[in-house]
Ligand binder design. Sequence first.
Ligand SMILES: Cc1cc2nc3c(=O)[nH]c(=O)nc-3n(C[C@H](O)[C@H](O)[C@H](O)COP(=O)(O)OP(=O)(O)OC[C@H]3O[C@@H](n4cnc5c(N)ncnc54)[C@H](O)[C@@H]3O)c2cc1C
Length: 376
Amino acid sequence: MSIRNVLIVGGGFTGLTAAIALAQRGVGHITLVDRAPAWARVGHGLTIQGNALRVFEEIGVIDEVLAAGQAVNAVTLYFADGRVMTQIPTPRTGGDDLPATIGALRPDLHEILVAKAESLGVEIRLGRELVSYETVPDSATSVLSDGTTETWDAIVIAEGIKSPTRPTLGIAEDRAPSGLGIWRAVTSRLPEMTGGIAYPDADDGGAYKVGYTPVSADQCYVFVLCRPERVDNGLDGWQEVKRLMANFHGQFDHLRESIDEDTFLNFQEIEWIFVEGPWHRGRVVALGEVVHAVPPLIAQGAAQCVEDSLLFAEYVTAEGDWEEQLAEFYARRIPRIKGVVDASLQLAHWEQNPGSPDAEPGPVMAGALAALVPAP
Ligand SMILES: Cc1cc2nc3c(=O)[nH]c(=O)nc-3n(C[C@H](O)[C@H](O)[C@H](O)COP(=O)(O)OP(=O)(O)OC[C@H]3O[C@@H](n4cnc5c(N)ncnc54)[C@H](O)[C@@H]3O)c2cc1C
């Protein structure tokens, strides 16, 4: 194994999973830097699919992850008036022994990964950025914002979709608008509320759809998919979310009524990127949302990130040539990610164009998830 020390830039799902998987395969010196001065203790809910759970099982954190979340094995679709349209079992992309999905709070999962990385000896330095790097044969030198210069066998860029380092790797693709915006809130749920998505009766200029996923016995996260521009109507965020949810009833009445000025929420425009070409220059390689991010319509974002990290660690810690290992890694990863990207962009198009005669969201979603059941 020629990889003994690695710098990881970015401590989200991608960076932390890469750090853990590399440490577990014998990489003795791993340093992870993140520009955040401290880990944020607040954050949104996420749907974590079975194939992400399979990675969490591989890296030895599955018990903690399952304990932190709420298993959800089917999605119920509702009409806006609250009547059930249908219930669809979610494919078990992590195999039959794992839940199809869990809902969980991002900071809880993040804390589990940080604790695991630290227990394996990963050195975490917060409040630092990568300023520049140089590649030489078989290594790369980093300059960090704290002024340190160090040499590594590999540098992993896991900075997320807004990565400032991406263009320096010779990657021409950039993040682009998806045409969608999203409000997210964490709020309360009743025990009988097991998750679902509701569709409006007509395109009334409001929400494209509203959904929620349980994250604990009495909490859920709510999302409102809408146009990408924040409407300039003078309303505070929580009032705007309630306005967008006004025509959704049944369980959605409870959710709307539970949102107030103290609810943790935010609005964001959803962007996407997909880099089909090489993700590296010399010993500096990008993983995760630096090179692939999609609208979260099949909730595969984090799953594809952690699959990258685990597989990358498997390849580069085996005996062999770095360039050949990465070529094999891309050959396995890129077609799989492309399936997720194509399905997610197609679904995003149909969300914005309700009533499209060719719209078949159910089969597209089911087909994309079914393709992920075999291991990555
Ligand atoms: C609205 C929305 C909803 C989503 N819902 C889901 C869902 O339900 N399920 C799901 O699986 N996925 C979902 N995703 C996608 C998921 O959040 C991402 O795929 C995942 O968080 C990306 O992880 P990452 O580690 O690649 O990047 P990030 O999580 O963005 O982490 C990047 C890290 O790098 C740090 N950083 C950035 N630049 C630098 C720098 N120059 N130097 C040092 N540090 C740096 C940042 O501080 C950050 O900690 C959603 C995404 C969005 C936008």
